[in-house]
Write a protein that binds this ligand. Sequence first.
Ligand code: ATR
Length: 273
Amino acid sequence: TKRFAVIGHPVAHSLSPRIHATFGKQRGISLEYTTIDAAPEQLEATLEAFAAGGGSGVNITLPHKQRAAELCSELTERARRCGAANTLTRGADGWLGDNTDGLGLVRDLTERHGQDLRGRKVLLIGAGGAARGVAPALLDAGIKSLFIVNRTPSRTDALADALGEPARVHPRNFEDLGNLGGFDLIVNATSAAREAALPFLPSSLVAPRADAVDLSYGEVAIPFMAWARAAGADIVVDGLGMLVEQAAEAFLRWHGVRPDTSAVYNELRASYA
Ligand code: ATR
């Protein structure tokens, strides 16, 4: 039985063990998947200990995604471009880091919600680990432009630089939001709602038939989703679909087979209306 874990801080409420266990049952693969709570200064030692104990793969969640990328001996092109890793696979010489968050988001929007992302003008709010994880996949999905705003402008600029596509990627300030026109897709990648402090967003940001997605789920996603609906957005989703899809991408890398995500998604959706 291969061993896997999700490392975060906090991590106790992570749905990943349940998702991977269900995938394993579905595909007849026996696996062990646990949660490991590690403070930032313990991440490196925790990864080493897990590998020494025979661990095969690790998912990384808040707040470790950027540090985890630095600790990998090898990164996929995607993980390198966003400077954040959420899926680590143990190799002979260390950890191989990948990032499946963005693919997960794109699959959720295109396959579950039937959206075509090509040609879209996209607003990304936030420039932390979550924003970094999804930005490259959005660009790869053929969007027209990616505007990024973040409370701390230096992080906006750092992310825009890392993406290396100045023709399509535009760092902006929150104060500019009233002058940017409407967007076809708005992605909330901040943890602001957790602090009940969603920055002010003018409803002019929502173009006709625009979609909106909050990368979190549960109560913290409610304020942004309510704002998007009130501003006239068409499809408004939380990050639950992305969570299940990124897990499926990790499962595919680790076990060589793609699980079916709809049953797990529907089951979880019932508890996170
Ligand atoms: P994550 O991995 O979830 O992105 P993070 O790296 O801590 O976690 O980033 C959190 C994001 O939420 C950042 O974009 C952060 O903005 P800063 O870079 O300025 O810190 C944003 N954020 C958190 N609280 C916020 C608030 N009250 N108002 C606006 N943005 C906030």
